[in-house]
Each structure stands twice: as C-alpha cells, then as structure tokens.
Design a protein around this ligand. Structure first.
Ligand SMILES: [Zn+2]
Ligand SMILES: [Zn+2]
Length: 467
C-alpha cells in the first residue's frame, strides 16, 4: 500500500488530491471554477462602455444626491444657477468629483500594497467582489482582502494599523471615534456598504411564538454591541413592550458561529447578517421571523471605512480605493448581476458558503423556513450614501441604551465621522449656499425620526436604560 494514503486509519482524514493537483474536494473545485467563470463574465460586463458610463453616472448621481437629498432643493439650485454652473460648482467642491478626476489621471499613489479586513457576510459584497473582479488592480492597487474572525478583531487591527481600511459595522467608527470600548481614535465611514440585508431568525421550535411578547427569557445573539443588529433588535422588542436589558438576554456572537449556536440550543434566535439567516433555513435549524427591511426599509448596516489619519496621509490611495468600492456597489445594485455575484463570493476564500444560500440572499427569492418561498428583490441592497442622519439615529440609540452617558453633540460627531461633510464646508467657503440636506428623515417601524429633534427623540421612548 502506498504511504501517501492510509484509508484504514480512523485518526487521519483521507485526503485524495483533486485532479487539478490541489488539496480540495470535487465540490470545492467546481465552486471555484464556477466562481472564476462568473467573475470573467462580470469583468466583461464591467469593461463595456455602457457599464463605465453607468458607473460614472452612478458615482456622480450618488454625489449630487449627497448634496441634495431633497429633490426640491436640487431642482431649485439647478434653476437658480443653471446646469453648467452647477456642474462646475459641484466638481469644484465634491471630494469625489476630484477623486474621479484623480483616478482617471492616475495621480501618484502614496501606498499600493494594502490590507483590507472583512467579515464573511453578504454585507461586504462590494468590498469583496472588487477583488476577484479586478477593480482594485484597475486603480493600481495591490489589495489583499483578509477574512477576519470577528468585529472586535477588526477594530483592533484598525487601531494597530495592521489593516489599511476595512469593512466596519456602520456604528463602529462612531464608537471608536468616541472612545467607546477602546481608545478614542478618529475613524471615518467613507461609504455605506449595504442597506437592509439582515433578519431576525428564530429556532424552529419557536415556530408558534411569532409574537415578541412571548419571548421573555429568550437568548439572542447579535454580532457586536455597536451594530445596527443590536440597535434594531432592541428597538423591535421594545416596541413590543419588552425591555431588552431585563426581559431577554442579548449576547455577542461572531456571525459565522450563529447557526451552530442556534442548533446547539445556546440561543433562541439572532438578529444577524446574511448569509446566516438563510444558512439557518438551509440547515433546517431556524426560520426567518422578520427581515430588518420590514422594520426600517433602507436602513444602513455595514460600512467601508478607514482612519482619518490614513486618509490624510494617503489621499490618492484613498481616492482609488473609494472609486473601486463604489464601482463594485454600482455593479452590485443591478439585479441582473446578482446571480453571478453570488457565484463569485461563495467560495472558501470569501464567504465559504453553498452558492444556493448566497443566491437566495442576493436575488431576494428565498425559502423562509416556514414552508413559503418569498420574493423580496431588495432584501439586500447596496446604496452607498453615508447619510449623517443615519449616524444621528445610531447616536440616539447608543444614548437610549446607556452606551453613551449624558448629552451628545449629534451633528458634530456625525459630520466628523460620516464623510459628507467636506463638500458642505467647501461650498460654504465658496459662498455657495450649502444645501441643508445631509439629514433626511427616516421611518422606523412606522415612527418618524427627525434628526433635528434627536435629543427629544432619544428621551421619548418609554423603554430605555434608566439614567
Ligand atoms: Zn481541483
Ligand atoms: Zn452588515
């Protein structure tokens, strides 16, 4: 018998090399082959002049929308100054208009070899897919996207500068900048990675407990304290009369461990990122109770960001990064690309999931674990706008649950961390009337949030942490 194989040894795995010469299973081989084929097709799509025009228009529209979230203001401004003047005014003040020009001129990159952290969840789709699709390379960057075990580790690797930029939960840069849970270090949200795309998943044995009033004593997992998951779960149960600090337990569990914990009965449910809600259905251990889209349609979740110091030291590199990620977001927003994207991000190096699970998340056609197939095309979306009112909402919830004590200068912090600010500042410097508009209102579970009345809002909830 050959020494290479020992099929009768119970203590050794029997590894048969794949015919391609690598140590992986046939299924993994097929998944990788499908991924590179899909990546090639998406690359072809991305190189078409139609996509380039679309992508540039997408980036420009994103920026104009950032300046004029209220369409009436945008139209008033255009009527007042005319299209040509408006375009040159916007080009002169927008960071990313100059970023676009910069990327086209291929301005000298201060740093080319970069490490970017990510957690293997569908929220990170644009940041991940930019790698196999060659969007970073196209900008002259040699990016390594590094799969990371949990959010505390992401924070620590940003603080010790092991990572140049990263996938964040969007409240994290606020928390780190405020020194909550770590030394205060200024961090920025450059773009929101994804909107919607989360769910409350419950163990199958709770099929008949769909009313949160029946959840007293339940144990829930969320990915991190400073996460939309934690804030939305707290908001949701409190709207149903439960106090999240005393009526249920909430514990932090890294997303890739959520399904195993549900199976083992350590938790009754989780408000987690996908693909783990869908994975729980696929494994037949849980069902999707509610999509977070149904609580707040368009809510932000994850972000792409880096430290203020990195941006100051490497403005051209940051510009190139920003453009790569926005290009990927432009691609990911198109429904016709979603099936191919699922193939590209499914393999072991990225999400390490069955393609069918990712497919259901990204296309929005999915089994809910209760016997129904649902069709929700915007179950997950990739709208990059870092609205500052989103940051203000997060701050009100941090106050509400005692993560922040005392008064908060909402606007100052939001504008310092969520990068829409510079444009407004420059417009004022140019004596242009900066549009009052980075603060659109939102509706969460039917209730309007007005960022102009944030302090009253934070105090208005009957269920909150006692001061
Ligand atoms: Zn192989
Ligand atoms: Zn997320």
């Amino acid at each position: 018998m050959s020494h290479d194989f020992d099929p009768y040894n119970a203590d050794r795995p029997l590894m048969l090399q794949c015919s391609c010469g690598r140590d992986h299973t046939v299924a993994e081989h097929q998944q990788e082959a499908a991924a590179s084929q899909a990546a090639a097709e998406l690359r072809t799509r991305s190189e078409s002049s139609a996509f380039e025009a679309y992508s540039n228009a997408f980036i420009e529209a994103t920026l104009v929308k950032a300046l004029f979230p209220q369409d009436a203001v945008r139209r008033r401004f255009l009527r007042a100054v005319g299209k040509g003047a408006a375009m040159s005014a916007i080009a002169s003040v927008l960071p990313v208009a100059s970023l676009q020009a910069m990327a086209q001129e291929k301005g000298a990159l201060e740093k080319k070899d970069l490490k970017i952290g990510f957690i293997p969840i569908t929220c990170a789709t644009p940041l991940i897919m930019a790698h196999p699709l060659g969007f970073y390379r196209k900008e002259g960057l040699n990016v390594e996207v590094v799969k990371t075990a949990g959010w505390a580790l992401i924070r620590d690797k940003m603080l010790n500068k092991e990572y140049d930029a990263t996938h964040f939960l969007s409240p994290m840069p606020l928390a780190i900048s405020l020194g909550l849970g770590s030394n205060a270090t200024p961090m920025n949200v450059a773009t929101i990675q994804n909107t919607n795309g989360q769910a409350i998943t419950l163990a199958l044995k709770h099929k008949d407990k769909r009313d949160p009033k029946d959840w007293k004593g339940f144990k829930f997992a969320v990915p991190f304290d400073y996460s939309m998951h934690n804030f939305l779960l707290r908001y949701y149960v409190a709207e149903h009369g439960l106090n999240p600090d005393t009526d249920i337990q909430i514990r932090v569990v890294p997303p890739p461990e959520m399904v195993a914990n549900l199976r083992a009965g350590n938790i009754d449910g989780f408000l987690g990122p996908d693909p783990f809600n869908q994975r729980a259905v696929y494994e037949e251990v849980g069902f999707i109770h509610v999509l977070t889209k149904e609580l707040w349609n368009g809510h932000p979740c994850c972000a792409f960001g880096t430290s203020a110091e990195f941006i100051q030291k490497n403005p051209n590199t940051f510009a190139a990064l920003y453009r790569s990620v926005l290009t990927a977001a432009a691609m990911a927003r198109k429904p016709e690309n979603r099936e191919l994207i699922a193939k590209v991000i499914a393999p072991q190096a990225y999400l390490n999931q069955p393609e069918v699970v990712i497919q259901q998340v990204l296309t929005g056609k999915f089994a809910d674990g209760l016997g129904s197939i649902r069709n929700v095309p915007d179950r997950a979306d990739f709208d990059p706008m870092p609205w500052q009112s989103m940051a203000v909402w997060m701050l009100t919830q941090m106050q509400r649950w005692g993560y922040i004590k005392g008064d908060v200068n909402y606007k100052q912090i939001a504008e310092q961390v969520f990068l829409l600010t510079d444009a407004r500042k420059h417009m004022k410097a140019l004596d242009m009337k900066a549009p009052e508009g980075a603060y659109p209102k939102f509706k969460i579970m039917g209730r309007e949030f007005d960022p102009a009345k944030a302090a009253d809002y934070a105090r208005s909830f009957p269920i909150r942490k006692a001061a």
